[in-house]
Write a protein that binds this ligand. Structure first.
Ligand SMILES: Cc1ncc(COP(=O)(O)O)c(C=O)c1O
Length: 416
């Protein structure tokens, strides 16, 4: 099949894009309106008002009763875990593939992450494996809507209800994605979000915890913005009582001022990402050996990243060589095998350095056999066979056509 292919840019040929796409996206995301919102807050005197307004607007957009705005998605997961009632030593089931932000909150609470395997097509958590990993110590399940693709919430909620375990949706990559007509973050017992700059919308850094459950909301608030304190009076004067651990995870009001503007744009941003994402789905459908993201039944993908699946047998290149070639053509992309959450020294090193400053929970160190290479075979196989392309609402039709061209060019050059 080789011989007639165009010379790849990585080998000195002319790149598809003279100017690489997918650069400086975070910088382009916020502009004059956001700057004015922040300036108005500074001019008028800093207060927490934008935080309350942002919480209200975000929860209203989702039809959820309670929202707690925090300073990162990592904090949102931590607060979600605490709100769900997880205690140190309890187990929390989460997918083996995600950003490390999905697991840090579990570890911060001295709870034990239990990794479930994923579906080989969607890369999202596999409910059958979740159920097999439920134990009497399981106190929460975290569903991650990976790359913007909704996880199988019906099945997960069913498992959660039958075992009396709350389900937390990690929506950090899936703003306004929908599952069976419902926005993600509204289906589980708790929904958490990240608003770091690369996400669909941003508060520069920030996160949100949402729930309809009054008890979870109270705990979330006390643990994060409440700092574990109750306010009252002593001899007629203001007095604070520490009732438990609480970290000051409050969102920065300047970030909330940005978020209020961004939220107004979110519907258009997601629609635009979806439009161009679906356009590429159709364009690359017929490239032998490559597949567009598998869309789960009745789901609306929010296209945070665009995952391209490679049939390993169809190419002479692995995901690293393929991604390097695609990058040289001007397409921002990468393999994602660092998303295999357990495949890092902190979990797999038989004798990890016990640096007390960065200590994982004792239970994670003490049972090194709990985590091993091969424990989630679909996750390992899936990650070895896909790359993700940076996606953006700023991509034009021409950009998408260019991505298609680059994918065809690289696929042809590396065809086995
Ligand atoms: C799935 C997921 N969860 C949690 C986080 C943590 O969010 P943050 O970076 O805002 O701490 C991220 C961050 O990218 C993420 O992708």
């Amino acid at each position: 099949m080789k011989g007639t292919t165009e010379q790849l840019a990585v080998d000195g040929g002319t790149p598809v894009f003279a100017e690489p796409i997918g650069q400086n996206l975070a910088v382009r995301k916020v502009g004059a309106e956001e700057a004015e919102s922040v300036a108005a807050l500074i001019r008028g005197g800093i207060s927490g008002d934008p935080i309350d307004a942002f919480c209200e607007a975000f929860t209203q957009a989702h039809g959820v009763r309670h929202g707690v705005a925090v300073d990162s998605g990592t904090a949102a997961v931590h607060v979600g875990v605490v709100a769900a009632g997880v205690d140190p030593g309890d187990e929390v089931i989460l997918p083996a593939i995600s950003d490390v932000g999905s697991v840090k909150g579990i570890l911060a609470h001295n709870a034990i992450p239990i990794f479930a395997d994923v579906d080989l097509h969607s890369y999202n958590i596999d409910p059958v494996d979740v159920e097999s990993k439920i134990s009497d110590r399981t106190k929460a399940i975290i569903a991650v809507h990976l790359y913007g693709q909704p996880a199988p919430m019906d099945e997960l909620m069913d498992i959660g209800r039958r075992h009396n375990v709350p389900v937390i949706e990690d929506c950090a990559q899936a703003h306004f994605a929908e599952y069976k007509g419902r926005r993600v973050g509204t289906i589980g017992d708790i929904g958490v979000f990240s608003f770091i700059t690369g996400k669909h919308m941003t508060t520069i850094t920030g996160g949100m915890v949402m729930t309809n459950n009054d008890e979870y909301a109270k705990r979330a608030e006390l643990f994060s913005i409440g700092r574990g304190e109750e306010e009252g009076k002593k001899e007629g004067m203001f007095f604070r009582t520490h009732v438990g651990l609480g970290l000051n995870y409050r969102m920065n009001p300047l970030g909330a001022a940005v978020g209020l503007v961004q939220l107004n744009k979110l519907g258009d941003i997601v629609a635009r990402r979806r439009e161009t994402g679906q356009m590429l789905d159709k364009l690359i459908h017929d490239i032998p050996g490559l597949s567009p993201p598998h869309i789960v039944d009745e789901a609306m993908h929010a296209y945070w990243l665009y995952a391209v699946r490679m049939d390993e047998r169809a190419f002479t290149a692995d995901t690293y060589a393929f991604a390097r070639a695609l990058q040289a053509e001007g397409v921002s992309c990468m393999p994602k095998d660092y998303y295999l959450l357990y495949d890092h020294p902190a979990f797999l090193d038989p004798a990890p350095p016990r640096n007390p400053e960065y200590a994982f929970p004792r239970a994670v160190y003490d049972d090194r056999e709990r985590y091993f290479k091969g424990m989630c075979p679909n996750a390992e196989r899936g990650l070895a066979a896909h790359i993700v392309i940076t996606w953006s609402e700023f991509y034009t039709r021409e950009d998408v056509l260019g991505v298609e061209k680059a994918l065809r060019k690289v696929a042809d050059a590396y065809r086995a």
